[in-house]
Design a protein around this ligand. Structure first.
Ligand code: FES
Ligand code: FES
Length: 155
């Protein structure tokens, strides 16, 4: 079927198999490899991207379901001058990653969380990220990073 999908601000129209998952569309068709595949069963959150600004697990969404919609991946967060978006910048500053496998999904889930709640409490961050698993960090620095990146935070 033919789909038109806006990916990181660029529009693409092409034929895709009806059963193609969005994560495979992004990684294989678009060549955007930042979005990882962990479990492939909607559990780990490694594949999280934004669909019209909302965090979704792209291993659970068909490319066809993104027809006429806008997808943002980690690659799409960089400005044209390559400047780091505040959320990945905070992950770097607060050491919110170790192996980095969960990080793209964690960052995209955090961007969505902060868009909905610009000044979350620690508990709200932990709750908001409960669909994203990290096997390395113990989550503390990830939570610190999200709190540091919160646009409503006082410092
Ligand atoms: S790969 Fe999609 S939730 Fe784990
Ligand atoms: S940093 Fe390794 S899984 Fe999160």
């Amino acid at each position: 079927m033919q789909v038109q999908i806006d990916v990181n601000g660029e529009s693409f129209t092409e034929d895709v198999p009806g059963r193609l998952l969005l994560v495979h569309y992004l990684r294989e068709t678009r060549g955007l490899k930042a979005t990882n595949i962990g479990c492939d069963t909607t559990s780990c959150g490694a594949c999280t991207v934004l669909l019209d600004g909302e965090a979704v697990k792209s291993c659970t969404v068909l490319a066809a379901q993104a027809d006429g919609r806008a997808v943002t991946t980690l690659e799409g967060l960089s400005g044209e001058d390559g400047e780091l978006h505040p959320v990945p910048a905070a992950f770097r500053a607060e050491h919110g990653l170790q192996c980095g496998f969960c990080t793209p999904g964690m960052v995209m889930a955090s961007v969505s969380l902060l868009a909905d709640n610009p000044n979350p409490t620690e508990e709200e961050v932990r709750e908001g990220l409960e669909g994203n698993f990290c096997r390395c960090t113990g989550y503390h620095n990830i939570v610190r990073a999200v709190l540091a990146a919160a646009p409503g935070a006082s410092s």
